[in-house]
Design a protein around this ligand. Sequence first.
Ligand code: TRP
Length: 336
Amino acid sequence: MILSKSILFSAVQPSGKLTIGNYIGTMRHWSKMQNDYHCLYCVADLHSLTIQDKNFSLRESILDTISFYLACGVDPNKSIIFIQSHVPQHSQLNWILNCFSQFSELLRMTQFKIKKTIKNNYIKNTNVGLFNYPILMASDILLYQTNFVPVGRDQKQHIELTRNIANRINALYGNIFTLPVPLISKYGSKIMSLLEPRKKMSKSDINKKNVIFLLDDIPSVVLKIKNAVTDSEKLSRICFDLEKKPGISNLLEIFSSITNKEVHILSEELKGITYSEFKSIVSDHLSKFLLQLQKSYFKYRCNESYLKKVAYEGAFKAQLKAKQTLNKINLKLGLV
Ligand code: TRP
């Protein structure tokens, strides 16, 4: 008997420049996974409409994001790379799932609470898309009968919501949706700000010294790591301790992710060195890694017709699967 591979779905929102947090938390795992799963890697452009910024070009950002997927080793012959808005079933399923989601459960979403507090008068100023954001995510995932979703730690709650919505519909109409399981790695699933290591590294941070972007030039990467907050213990001690040493732990997680070495092995190897020595080792490795990634990125980015070809072919393949699921639910709901 041939056992068919499980389905894996992941996505990144193309809003602005990607950071090492996006890479380490999510995209780093993608190329390894394509041998073991049927992978779908989506550019979540409709999610980006929840942010309105006149200075930002969504079109450019979508193409930038596909280029990064390819530069990270995703192979369009093995995996499906596509743009969310090219598969209209995402929006169609989104409406259906809206009707099976509760206002109160969406109000509990931590990411919504964080995003809405940026604006004071949120009832007036926050768009409904931001509120419904997790339901569109649920549509992305459930549309492909996804088994696994590799995500950063901050997205775990959204996957739980997806499971709740799927369970609710399955209980009413029989087994329609597969229940997805989040894949969250122990280390690196939430990279923190360099100057405020108790806060998540975010591409929209106004202080750019907090963030390393994948396209940062090397001298600024070196400088940002050099200025990263450590701690004021009398003796330098390189060890993983999120409570007492969030800054050092964050640098260790970054280092471990790009060298593929376990955190506890690294802390053993780095025993006795000073914080400034540690930082220069981290920035050496990170610079080498970024240089290589950027080289590959630019090779793809300057070939827009290839990027579009990858996206169109991906959308075609994704639609075949998406239509099946949508037909299944439409039939159960009595849509003729
Ligand atoms: N919200 C994710 C992010 O922050 C992107 C995303 C959209 C996603 N749809 C998804 C991730 C479905 C996992 C599964 O970038």
